[in-house]
Design a protein around this ligand. Sequence first.
Ligand SMILES: *[C@@H]1O[C@H](CO)[C@@H](O)[C@H](O)[C@H]1NC(C)=O
Ligand SMILES: *[C@@H]1O[C@H](CO)[C@@H](O)[C@H](O)[C@H]1NC(C)=O
Ligand SMILES: *[C@@H]1O[C@H](CO)[C@@H](O)[C@H](O)[C@H]1NC(C)=O
Ligand SMILES: [Cu+2]
Length: 405
Amino acid sequence: MKVLLSTTFVLGASAAVLPDLLNALSGYGFLLGYLANGNVITPNGIAPPLQNLKVRTRLPESKRVKLRYGPYKMPSSNATSEAFDPFSASIAGMSGEKGMVSLTATNMSTPCEECGLTMLQAGLEYADGTQATTGTGAWLHHVLLLAQGPGRQDTVCANDANWTTFGQRIFSSGNERTAASFTDMTYKTPSSAFQINKGDSLAMQLELMNLNPQPQEVYFTLDFEFLPGPRRRDVETATALWLDVTGCGNSNVKLPKGQPASTFSSSGWTAPFSGRMLAAAGHLHDGGTEVKMFKNSQLVCDSKATYGMTNGGAAKPMEPGAAHGESTEAESAHRGHEKIRRDEMDPNMPHIATMSGCASFGIFKRGDTFHIEASYDVGKWMPMEAASGEASTVMGIAVMNVVED
Ligand SMILES: *[C@@H]1O[C@H](CO)[C@@H](O)[C@H](O)[C@H]1NC(C)=O
Ligand SMILES: *[C@@H]1O[C@H](CO)[C@@H](O)[C@H](O)[C@H]1NC(C)=O
Ligand SMILES: *[C@@H]1O[C@H](CO)[C@@H](O)[C@H](O)[C@H]1NC(C)=O
Ligand SMILES: [Cu+2]
């Protein structure tokens, strides 16, 4: 839960933060909140596919619903993954990483027929509803979420044939499980939302990786916080800018061989409208250190990775102290394993646990140009390796939620 909410939370100069809100949304608060939030655990059974949870944004009139999708079978960590479906393969760029399942799902349910999404967060859980994390050997490696429906098109790649047919990219997550906000979290009332309309559905490209030799079955979950009903006049329209080092490509880039540090830059995207920057965070793969976002070549947000033994949003149940990617612990764990290749799936290898984010960080005008720079340091953090022994392709993405003026 770290987009808005990490210890390295970055705020725009104009933001006045409600301390209790931040506390409620901070990593550890999230863990406690999650367990106390109305999540149903069904020992030895199957937890309900739809759960009404307590709202965490404390915005009046909001609802919070958790939907689960799946189940998905993860092969043994020493078994090469099953065949990929073609779309997934074109997006994933993965090549038989061990323990990996890579899939696409379409026609996924939304939490409402019509509503304004104010927040989204990805998760992974077992049949009974308990959380699945890298601490339990279940790695939420990557998810790319799209809204599909009449008239939907990607905001940044509106004119790109590769994306117009797929829909609108609205959210990305990985082990960091960053919560994405479509409203200004410094207000007590929801000022903006991403509208879900009748006929909309969701689609995703999902990658999960098993760190255990025993196959595991997990469910992917999405927590939606939303304002029920059709678009309201007092709530502005938010959208997601998917800024990607591959531009409108498939998000995968190759790390240069024999070079520890590398930076990938995106091409510029020129805003066709004016607006305000609500929230943003980066998505990287292991080896990544930060995603910098620029407006007219000026840094507006620096989303930094921290590494840890479990994901930021959910501590390993038995060892809450190990959560939150504290770098001292993570770095010492890392140093002890320098010679170990990621494809050996050492369960003690740290992964990206959190990505810091920015909130309420300023305005932009029509004609302003955005670009991002994603940095990797594989001398410091071990990247994942493909079955071939080469470093897997990696990603450099920032999803910036904005509201149009
Ligand atoms: C995976 O490891 C287990 C336990 O070490 C072993 O029994 C099994 O044969 C291995 N499977 C493969 C596909 O290597
Ligand atoms: C999508 O899912 C709904 C139920 O959620 C179902 O009624 C509909 O037939 C599905 N559409 C397609 C194209 O699979
Ligand atoms: C569309 O995707 C293909 C295949 O990934 C890629 O070669 C092409 O550059 C993409 N088009 C644009 C405009 O990015
Ligand atoms: Cu990814």
